[in-house]
Design a protein around this ligand. Structure first.
Ligand SMILES: Cc1cc2nc3c(=O)[nH]c(=O)nc-3n(C[C@H](O)[C@H](O)[C@H](O)COP(=O)(O)O)c2cc1C
Length: 121
C-alpha cells in the first residue's frame, strides 16, 4: 500500500506516524515537483479557509491520475469549511474521498482510515 501525504504544522505527519505503528505501508511526504510511480492514497490538510494547500495542488497537477483516494485533516472550528480540501480535490480531479478527520486524528480515525484503504478496490 502506498500513502502520500502533505503536512505543514505536523498534524498529518502525526496521523501518519499512528498509521505506521499499525501497518507496514509505504508512507511518503510529498513535495511540489515529485513524480510518483506507484498508485496510492493522498492525505492532506485544509488551509486558508477552505483551500487546498498549494503544495498539494502542485503535486496533484503531475500525479492526480495515480491518486486513488483523498483524505483531509482539518479542524471543526472552521464550521462548514471543515476539511473541505478533500471535497475540492474530489471535485477538481474526480478522486473519491476516504476520510475527513480533525488534527492528527483519533484512534477511531486511524482504524476508519485503515479499513477504508484495505477495502478499496
Ligand atoms: C491559516 C489556517 C487556515 C485553516 N483553515 C482551515 C479550514 O478552512 N478548514 C479546516 O477544516 N481546517 C483549517 N485549518 C486547520 C488545519 O487544516 C489543521 O490544523 C490541520 O490539522 C493542519 O495539518 P498539518 O498540521 O499537517 O499542516 C486551518 C489552519 C490554518 C493555520
Amino acid at each position: 500500500m502506498w500513502i502520500y501525504y502533505d503536512s505543514k504544522t505536523g498534524n498529518v505527519q502525526r496521523f501518519m506516524e499512528k498509521i505506521k505503528a499499525e501497518r507496514h505501508w509505504h508512507i511518503e511526504k510529498i513535495n511540489s515537483d515529485m513524480h510518483i510511480d506507484h498508485p496510492g492514497h493522498l492525505v492532506t490538510f485544509t488551509t486558508r479557509i477552505g483551500e487546498i494547500p498549494e503544495s498539494t495542488m502542485k503535486f496533484l497537477q503531475s500525479n492526480a491520475d495515480r491518486i486513488q483516494t483523498i483524505s483531509s485533516s482539518g479542524n471543526r472550528n472552521w464550521g462548514k469549511n471543515f476539511a473541505v480540501a478533500a471535497d475540492r480535490v474530489s471535485g477538481a480531479f474526480g478522486i473519491p474521498i476516504t476520510l475527513k478527520f480533525e488534527l492528527s486524528g483519533t484512534r477511531t480515525d486511524v482504524s476508519s482510515f485503515i479499513n477504508a484503504i484495505e477495502n478499496y478496490l
